[in-house]
Design a protein around this ligand. Structure first.
Ligand SMILES: [Zn+2]
Length: 472
């Protein structure tokens, strides 16, 4: 084999049928950028984001992906030490009968709009640990159809070099760099079981936005984002979005960017394999319009941080025949902590309403709280005119991490029942300003963990009547 090529390949190696890929090549600063991708996915936009490559302007080549059969004993060629004959023999002696047939079927198909004389082959070599390594090459094809390529008709037969050996053929060994999410997540400790999960997140403020970004980072299949607020400059330093997502602007118009749109753009840029659906509306509108069921949504996260709304949502979800597991999450002021409440996870006991005793004087006092009831955290306390923020980005990010960690456990069936999970921060700032903490705040981490199920109220008007386990 001759000189070295690099191909950036998006190949699902769990699919073991011989098939044609798309391969585009373009010259950038004296080097060739070559990107191969499965034909089954529309990846043009992603390729533009990842490689800055406009496939419409690039040259397209025929590229076959040839997965060898399980148990193949072969060392991939290093530094191009295989000849054309060795390459062909090694491939065809390790190809299943079905894939030989499939190969013959594919190479008989007429090709369209591809380079007439150069071809690519990428070979999948399964190893004993169940992974597949890839190697590939570019090779000169048969020149016999050059004339028809120049004519108007761009559909033509192109004889594959493995069918008819060209007179002068050179092999150019190719290094395959992989960017399929299955491979990337597998390599980085990501969780492949999350790749078919759909999560709905309502409330994309400081906590919800961080939750959304982290679930995309974890590689979930789809996020549905529900929020009707726009970004504002004041959000920037405690939100997953930065200052470039406050406005949507072009030559003709500008307006404040809705948080859901900003997050969709941000996620598509960083984690393009997660599909994002945006709902620029209130969660109650969604509950009215959409039939929410566990068969479609694997997890709901409510990060609105408004107890009255959370209570109403909790009640609505309990009325559904098949509600998905739902997590409520919120932050407390001045760094003293944050909470994640799991509900509807396999059993019905324990819900958001349980945190509020019905007979209490003030119905919206949350029993999980670290801050004592009835304190006003919205005043100026710095003494130099600036309004203090009741919590900062570290508090919301810690809360988001607690929530995503719990969410992944729920999705993996590793979470038992419906715990109330809390992280506890320091109370210096709190005490300095004369605020009071609750008895629950004095609990050690062990005690908080040991009491995570004790919030459940046997007489809860929402969850106690129904009881029992949820049909799985
Ligand atoms: Zn309850």
């Amino acid at each position: 084999m001759g000189g070295a090529i690099t191909i950036y390949a998006y190949i699902d190696t769990t699919e073991i049928t011989v098939r044609e890929l798309d391969l585009w090549s373009t010259k950038v600063d004296k080097k060739y950028l070559k990107v191969a991708a499965e034909k089954t996915k529309t990846l043009e936009e992603t390729i533009d984001i990842v490689f800055g490559l406009d496939v419409k302007k690039a040259t397209k080549y025929r590229c076959l992906y040839i997965p060898l059969k399980e148990g193949t004993f072969l060392l991939p060629p290093l530094n191009g030490e295989w000849s054309f004959v060795e390459l062909k023999d090694n491939i065809f002696s390790n190809l299943s009968e079905e894939n030989k047939k499939e190969f013959n079927r594919i190479v008989k198909r007429p090709v369209k709009d591809v380079h007439p004389v150069f071809e690519y082959v990428i070979v999948g070599l399964p190893n004993s640990s169940g992974n597949v390594s890839l190697f590939g090459c570019g090779l000169d094809g048969n020149v016999i159809n050059l004339n028809s390529f120049k004519k108007k008709s761009r559909i033509k037969k192109q004889i594959h070099p493995f069918v008819l050996k060209p007179k002068d053929t050179n092999l150019y060994s190719a290094k395959i760099k992989r960017w399929h999410p299955e491979y990337l997540l597998n390599r980085t400790g990501g969780n492949r079981k999350l790749k078919d999960k759909h999560i709905l997140i309502a409330g994309l403020g400081s906590v919800g936005s961080e939750v959304a970004m982290r679930f995309a980072k974890a590689g979930v299949k789809k996020l549905s984002l529900v929020d009707f607020d726009d970004m504002a400059f004041e959000n920037v330093h405690r939100h997953a979005l930065g200052i470039d997502r406050v406005f949507l602007a072009n030559d003709e118009l500008f307006f404040d960017c809705p948080k859901v749109w900003g997050l969709k753009a941000e996620i598509s840029r960083k984690y393009p394999f997660t599909e994002v659906e945006t709902h620029l509306k209130c969660i109650f509108t969604i509950l009215d319009e959409v039939k929410i069921s566990k068969s479609d949504i694997d997890l709901i996260v409510i990060a609105i941080g408004s107890p009255n709304n959370e209570m109403r949502i909790n009640k609505r979800l309990f009325e559904l025949p098949d509600p998905p597991p739902t997590i409520y999450t919120w932050v407390e002021p001045l760094g003293i902590g944050g909470h994640t409440l799991v509900t509807l996870n396999g059993e019905k006991e324990g819900c958001y309403q349980c945190l509020y005793k019905a007979d209490e004087e003030s119905p919206i006092y949350n029993r999980s709280a670290f801050a004592q009831q009835g304190q006003d955290f919205s005043k100026t306390i710095t003494g130099c005119g600036s309004v203090f923020t009741p919590y900062n980005f570290l508090d919301s990010e810690r809360t988001a991490i607690l929530t995503v960690e719990a969410g992944i456990k729920v999705l993996m069936d590793k979470m038992v029942s419906n715990p109330l999970l809390s992280w506890k921060g320091e109370d210096d700032l709190f005490r300095e300003n004369g605020y009071k903490t609750t008895i629950r705040y004095s609990f050690s981490h062990e005690k908080l963990n040991g009491t995570k199920h004790l919030y459940k109220n046997e007489n809860c008007p929402v969850c106690s009547k129904q009881g029992g386990s949820i049909h799985q």
